[in-house]
Structures are given as structure tokens and as C-alpha cells.
Design a protein around this ligand. Sequence first.
Ligand SMILES: Nc1nc2c(ncn2[C@@H]2O[C@H](COP(=O)(O)OP(=O)(O)OP(=O)(O)O)[C@@H](O)[C@H]2O)c(=O)[nH]1
Ligand SMILES: [Mg+2]
Length: 311
Amino acid sequence: MALLGNVFSKLRSVVNKWSQGVSNLFSDSPLTDGFWEELEERMLLGDVGIETAEELIADLRQIAVDRRIAHTGELRGVFAETLVKRLEDIPGTGRPIDVSDRPSVVTLVGVNGSGKTTTAGKLASRLIREGKTVILAAADTYRAAAIEQLNAWGERASARVIAHAHGSDSAAVAFDAIAAAKASGADVVIVDTAGRLHTKSNLMDELAKVGRVASREVPGGILETLLVLDSVTGQNGFTQADIFNKSIPLSGVVLTKFDNTAKGGIVLSISQRLRLPIRYIGLGEGVADLELFSCRDFVHALLGMERANDG
Ligand SMILES: Nc1nc2c(ncn2[C@@H]2O[C@H](COP(=O)(O)OP(=O)(O)OP(=O)(O)O)[C@@H](O)[C@H]2O)c(=O)[nH]1
Ligand SMILES: [Mg+2]
């Protein structure tokens, strides 16, 4: 409960920068066309994206007609439910990744600097706190300092790191890490991959090879592949996701640097347009700054409502 409260307050302080304007729209004023225009404008300012904003407003207008709602304040709760429902309609949203196989393989992919290596370290720490044994695979063999960076995260999280020399084959690193997990009975292998532009097809082929190794070495197992997206530049994430998905099937999203965005609306556009579940959000650079995403906490923080008891 204390932890949930903590996530809620962190979310609230992030979302606050944007949400005050949204939240203040719901008052005892009569429902007019001006309200709808302003709500749409607020959503666009908050990075909700035009497509998602229009869909949400259409939903809400219909409900307002159906229920003969006359004042904007009466819409606050309805809006919250609509948002929660839309988020929860994407299976897996706000649920932890599945690491029930031994070993389970979690691959982190994304463009340069999105936060993959940091997320690998934080996720390892999170899973270790939950009682799992974790091996980190340094499959970013491309950037010179990447292996050292992952080694440092391994120390912070108390996870073993499997690495090869700089410039070696990334799929071979994944292979060795999975073999090490099998030999030692470790629960989870987290594969950190090199940042790559989704437009570079040779790099995308290399990523596909990592995926093939994982599915061959853990036959029939659940493979979690998380697209790591920077919340600040997230609107570019849509084309990225499509192309990454073609090389290696994605099972979810981690939104990083949520502490740095004043526009929490990215959550809505990512979830609605990618149709991929948001699993975790990054709220800082420390080892404990990765939280499970919570639909209700997010929406309630957004609309300035009290935290729901059921979280
Ligand atoms: N504030 C904040 N910073 C973050 C978060 N996640 C990552 N960062 C920072 O973002 C920068 C890039 O993070 P990395 O983990 O190195 O990103 P990457 O995707 O591995 O980068 P490449 O391997 O170069 O593609 C670092 O300075 C991190 O500390 C977060 O949730 N919040
Ligand atoms: Mg990295």
C-alpha cells in the first residue's frame, strides 16, 4: 500500500505539470462547445495526439448525450472511467512481464539513448527484489562503453553480466547468456541491445538474429520483448514500433524519462495507437526508479482525483 501510494505521488507530480489545466476544465460550468474545444486543445498540448484526442472526445460526447449531462463537473468521473477502460482494453497494460519460465528471456530494444541499458539494470533489480535470479546479457557489442555501462548496472543490481569483446556478434552473447542461465538455474535473462535507428536494415537484421537465438534456445517459451521509448520524444515512437515489430515481435513498452516530461498524455497515444501494453515507466536514473504502470493511478493523477483504494 505504501509503495502504491509512492507511485501515485510520483505520478501525480509528473502528470501535474500538465493535468492542472485538464482537471480545472471540470467544474460547475454548463457543458458548451467551448468546453469540448478546450478539452481537445489541452489534450493536444499534453501530447495525447490528434487521433486519440478526437476518439476520446467522441466517446465522451456520446456519453454526455446519452446521460443528459449538463455540467462539466459531472463528466470528470465518466472521463476517468473512459480513459481507464481504453487503457485496460489493451491486454497486459500495467501488468508485470511474464517471467514464469526458467529461463525467461526479456529483450530490450529501441533507438539510441532511449534508456535500454538503464532499464535493463532497473528491471534486473526489480526482479531480484521479487526473488528471481537474473543474468544480464551485454548484447550491445557496438558502442565501446556499453559493456562497462552494463557491468556497472550489474553491480548495482547484484546481477551477473555475460559479455563478449566489443565488436563481437550480439546473438552469440544472447546465446551464451541463455546457456549460462540454464547451467546455473537462473530465472531470467535480460538482453540489452544496441541502440539502432529503425531505418538501418542491417542492424535490424542483427536484432532479428538475437530474437531467433532466443526462440531457438527457449523453445515454446514466452519471449518478452520490450520497446523502450523515451517519453519526451515519444511521438516519434509509432513508426519505430512498427519497424521493430517486424524484426522481433514486441510484447510491451517501457516508457522512460517520465520524470522529464511535462506531457503525460504520451501514455494515451502510445497505448491507443501502438496497441501494445505499457508495462513499466521510468521515473528517474536510480536503480529503484522503475515502476509498474498503473492505469488507475495515472488517470486519477491526471484528473486530480483521489487515489482509488483498489489501485
Ligand atoms: N531522468 C531519467 N533519465 C533516464 C531514465 N532512463 C534512462 N535515463 C537516462 O537516459 C540516458 C540514456 O540511457 P541509456 O540507458 O544509456 O540508454 P540506451 O537506450 O541504452 O542508449 P544506447 O545504448 O546508446 O542506445 C542516461 O543518461 C540515463 O541515465 C529515466 O527514467 N529517467
Ligand atoms: Mg545502451
